[in-house]
Design a protein around this ligand. Structure first.
Ligand code: ZN
Ligand code: ZN
Length: 591
């Protein structure tokens, strides 16, 4: 019996029709997904001119017999959907059927396929079968698409630059490779390999193939579950971030999906660990009962709705935040070792030996391979480093001085550290204010000189509506003549010496409260603003005692590594890096 069944008309209509094939990427997507359906363990995508001259997809899947090979170009033919209920089952990969027919109608397609015995070649151009013949019997399927859109000049024009086409194909292949680490993918354009994965079913290796070893080294593994969901995957350290949000990849039951709320919560979980306009690299797979999702199927995209969304968002956020909260996140200043460095070290060693006037044969010293350079990922046996205790995430640091009135120089046995005193104090302030704002107490301090503030008529109207809000924060605020208010007491936690400034900032923030007011966001913003204003200014010379106090306060923070705006508070030059920079590496004798 033929594997491909003709879908009935109703089902076909249910599938959102329309622009199935609009870009080179949609052709690649269709062919690759066919290859996945055919149980391929290896899929090779070759392009010429970003697919505009050639798209060739070769797989080692189960292949088709002659009957299916011809039928596969039939409109409404599909082997993937058997009945209507499958449409809502995310376990089913396909919902296509008309795509191949569409591709064949606007290009020249040569299909070679075999189940291992006799092979079939089908050539279709502009939707018409030109040739069907027997061919070599290599198991698997090869699709070659040329002259794409030759008979639809409007669509041809619609194609963007080659660069744009190639980048959207690459983005798609990256995602599909991440969702199928068990498949070996190769993507080649004009003979240049863009992506090569090894099909070892190791997600971190796939991440490494796409983003490189340096990024893979800075990915953290996450695992968690509740009654309905199991989540696992990798999240980047906050220092690894990108300008665009399209490196946040969510999979549901192994399939790439789009869900804005999910993307947002993933990014939000990094809040204050990185600047808000930078985005992490994240690959998360969510396993769940397919009945918990509603899939809005459109041939070119995959939107998904979860029936227990809040629960899922909570789980994802908790998992990421917990992971980040357990890391030591001090960026290490690294300098790559190159051949020049090695030569320099060798020369110097030779000199040392000669200076001792030892007449024995000079042996080139074996360079002790530096510890850090050695770190390549052992993907199969990842050592689970022990997570530092909460209060020890920022190690003990001993201040030795201040440079430029801005950076505190510290040291410990690991290396040298620089702390940005403004950013550090800002973090300490921020957590204090956020805590006070989130857990308001009624204690207040009377102002010796009550503060009057004059406002515009409009500001005054808005502010008057918020008197109660301010009262709850710990302010005594009253009307005081035309468009003026008088403040007689303020919350206890305002910073000494900054009271006036902070009161004005709070009033300003209250007046500018957004329409869809979110208290926790408001508190967060306000804390960050107040924290900055009350932090240490540049060119303030702290005493060693004050530095120690600041470091101590910083160590108690939930996130000691970033200011509330995501800038680093501390960076480190490890002892090893310093030795490397001074070309001392591996040379005990140079001490
Ligand atoms: Zn600041
Ligand atoms: Zn800041």
């Amino acid at each position: 019996m033929s594997k491909i069944k003709i879908m009935d008309e109703i089902l076909a209509n249910k599938i959102a029709a329309g622009e199935v094939v609009e870009r080179c990427a949609s052709v690649v997507k269709e062919l690759v997904e066919n290859s996945i359906d055919a149980n391929s363990s290896e899929i090779k995508i070759e392009l010429k001119e970003a697919g505009t001259s050639l798209i060739k997809v070769t797989d080692n899947g189960i292949g088709m017999d002659k009957e299916d090979a011809i039928l596969s170009f039939n409109r409404h033919a599909t082997s993937k959907i058997k009945d209507e209920s499958d449409l809502y089952n995310i376990n089913t990969l396909g919902f296509r059927g008309e795509a191949l027919a569409s591709i064949a109608s606007v290009s020249n397609v040569v299909l070679k396929t075999s189940q291992g015995e006799v092979g079939t070649l089908v050539n279709i151009k502009g939707g018409k079968i030109i040739k069907v013949e027997n061919t070599e019997a290599r198991k698997g399927t090869i699709f070659e698409i040329t002259e794409l859109f030759y008979n639809t000049p409007a669509r041809l024009k619609h194609l963007k630059s080659l660069y744009t086409e190639l980048s959207s194909i690459t983005e798609y292949v990256n995602k599909i490779a991440l969702s199928h680490p068990e498949i070996r993918f190769t993507l080649i354009n004009n003979g240049n390999t863009i992506l090569k994965t090894d099909g070892s079913n190791n997600l971190l290796k796939t991440i490494s193939s796409i983003y490189g070893m340096d990024v893979a080294r800075k990915m953290l593994e996450i695992n968690n579950e509740d009654d309905d969901y199991i989540i696992n995957g990798f999240i980047s350290l906050p220092e690894v971030n990108r300008a665009g949000r399209n490196h946040i990849i969510t999979l549901v039951n192994g399939r790439v999906v789009r869900n804005q709320e999910l993307n947002r919560i993933i990014n939000d979980s990094y809040h204050s660990y990185k600047p808000d306009n930078r985005y992490p690299i994240v690959v998360i797979n969510i396993e769940l009962d397919p009945s918990l999702v509603d899939v809005n199927i459109h041939p070119t995209k995959m939107d998904i709705k979860f029936s227990k969304l809040e629960e899922l968002l909570d789980l994802v956020k908790k998992t990421i935040v917990n992971k980040l909260n357990k890391q030591t996140l001090i960026p290490v200043i690294e300098q790559p070792i190159n051949d020049f460095d090695t030569e320099l070290i060798i020369e110097e060693k030779v000199e040392v030996i000669e200076s001792k006037e030892e007449k024995k044969v000079i042996e080139l010293p074996k360079i002790e391979k530096p510890k850090y350079e050695e770190i390549t990922l052992d993907f199969d046996n990842q050592i689970k480093e022990e997570e530092p205790k909460y209060e020890e995430r920022l190690p003990l640091l001993y201040p030795v001085g201040l440079v430029h009135g801005t950076y505190i120089v510290c040291q410990n046995e690991i290396g040298m550290y620089l702390i940005d005193q403004h950013a550090a104090k800002e973090r300490v302030n921020y957590e204090l204010f956020l805590d006070r704002l989130s857990n308001p107490v009624k204690d207040k301090i009377p102002l010796l000189l009550p503060l009057t503030i004059e406002l515009s008529n409009n500001e005054y109207i808005i502010l008057k509506e918020n008197f109660e809000f301010l009262n709850n924060m710990g302010f005594d605020i009253e009307e005081f003549g035309i468009n003026s208010v008088i403040i007689k007491s303020h919350p206890i936690w305002l910073t000494k010496g900054f009271e006036d400034l902070q009161i004005r900032k709070i009033i300003e923030a209250v007046i500018n409260k957004e329409k869809n007011f979110d208290l926790s966001k408001f508190n967060d913003h306000l804390s960050a603003t107040l924290a900055c204003k009350a932090s240490i200014k540049a060119n303030t010379n702290l005493s060693i005692n004050e530095m120690e106090e600041l470091i101590n306060d910083l160590r108690k923070c939930h996130n000691p590594f970033n200011c509330p705006h995501g800038r680093p508070t501390v960076i480190t030059f490890t002892k090893y890096e310093l030795e490397k920079m001074f070309k001392r590496s591996g040379f005990e004798s140079l001490k």
